[in-house]
Design a protein around this ligand. Structure first.
Ligand code: SAH
Ligand code: SF4
Length: 353
């Protein structure tokens, strides 16, 4: 099949073989633009022009893990650590609501301080006091924890598998296991959360073959949302001298994922905007429909350094919101109202799956 036929097949069937994905990942020039335009059309057809905003609350920079790429890894003794207490987290969620957010994402390193009881109490309190959907992004936990969080009202869970290449996964995540991560994702799905997952682009040693497998794994896990972003080397990690991930490949992955999961939510990530000042705009033009601005105070934003050079770090949350809105409007889109539940999730629920 030629490129045109592969694109037609993707648009009409939402299915592609690994070789077809690999071919699309290498497109250049006009053919690359065809891919982006088709993904944009698919986005328009299945999820419309609404761009939903999620207020990101990074509530702890402590982490017990040692992921090679991440500035929060436990071996980084220079990292600045903080923990927000329940009242403060609820207060930021309330502020996010007042700014118009209807989803908050509670994200942190894997921090055992937040026991099942503490997390449940935070979720319950936000749900009682603020009318928002809650996404958790706090890593691997026992099944009983996921179950308890869901019971007290957590709506969604975001955890990337980072890479589908097991060998590479084991190299970059000492003391962790790929199998366990996938098992956690399956538990999360089975508990009725909206499932978000994804991967990093441009990890040292990662190949185009790996990326095609990553895309296929996202489909296999039947993700309701897909977060992908380029790897950005952090100077206080073992990968400090590695090359950063490619913006171009990231955009192609977004476009291919939109074609394969037409009604899922796909964010234009902060990492993409960090490597290219127009990265988020480009992402929104080739399939993405979500942006996740940080709603924390400056002091915390500076300390939560997964990677260096994060955009909007000096902006206060209100300004950030205004800035994102004008970006969305300049693209001829509008800010979504309401919780912005994944249509993929809603369709599955309606069909009783
Ligand atoms: N601890 C949780 C959530 C916080 S990390 C977890 O690991 O799931 C959130 C995401 O940041 C990770 O999934 C990873 O993909 C991304 N990340 C970490 N370090 C990064 C880096 N150097 N460049 C780009 N993304 C990074
Ligand atoms: Fe911890 Fe997540 Fe960073 Fe890994 S990616 S070190 S789990 S914060």
């Amino acid at each position: 099949m030629n490129v045109k036929e592969i694109l037609d097949k993707a648009y009409n069937t939402h299915k592609l073989s690994k070789d077809e994905i690999k071919l699309l990942l290498t497109l250049e020039g006009e053919e690359r633009q065809l891919l982006f335009d088709l993904a944009d059309r698919t986005r328009q057809k299945y999820v419309g022009d609404d761009v939903f905003l999620r207020g990101l609350i990074e509530f702890s920079s402590y982490c017990k893990n040692d992921c090679f790429y991440c500035g929060l890894r436990r071996s980084n003794t220079e990292a600045q650590r903080y923990r927000m207490q329940e009242e403060e987290i609820v207060e930021v969620a309330r502020r996010a609501y007042e700014m118009g957010y209807r989803t908050v994402v509670l994200q942190s390193g894997e921090d055992p301080y937040y026991t099942r009881e503490r997390m449940c109490s935070i979720i319950r309190k936000i749900k009682e006091e603020v009318d928002v959907a809650i996404t958790l992004s706090i890593g691997e936990r026992p099944y009983e924890d996921y179950k308890a969080f869901r019971q007290v009202g957590a709506d969604r869970y975001l955890m990337r598998f980072e890479t589908s290449n097991k060998e590479l996964y084991q190299k970059l995540h000492p003391g962790m296991s790929f199998e366990n991560r996938i098992e956690c994702l399956k538990w999360i799905k089975s508990l009725g959360y909206e499932l978000g997952t994804g991967f990093l682009i441009g990890l040292p040693g990662q190949t185009v073959d790996d990326l095609a497998n990553d895309i296929l794994l996202v489909c296999e896990l039947d993700a309701d949302m897909v977060g992908i972003g380029p790897f950005i080397p952090h100077p206080q990690t073992p990968l400090k001298d590695a090359h950063e991930g490619s913006v171009d490949i990231t955009l192609k992955c977004i476009a291919i994922l939109r074609l394969l999961l037409p009604d899922s939510n796909i964010p234009a990530t902060t990492a993409l905007g960090t490597l290219d000042p127009l990265g988020r705009q480009k992402g929104l033009k080739c399939g993405a429909n979500i942006v996740m601005p940080n709603v924390n105070d400056l002091d915390y934003k500076l300390k939560y350094e997964l990677y260096p050079g994060k955009i909007c770090i000096n902006e206060d949350a209100t300004k950030c919101r205004g800035c994102i809105e004008s970006i969305i409007i300049s693209l001829g889109r509008r800010v979504g109202q309401g919780y912005g539940q994944s249509r993929h999730y809603r369709a599955k629920k309606a069909s009783g799956d």
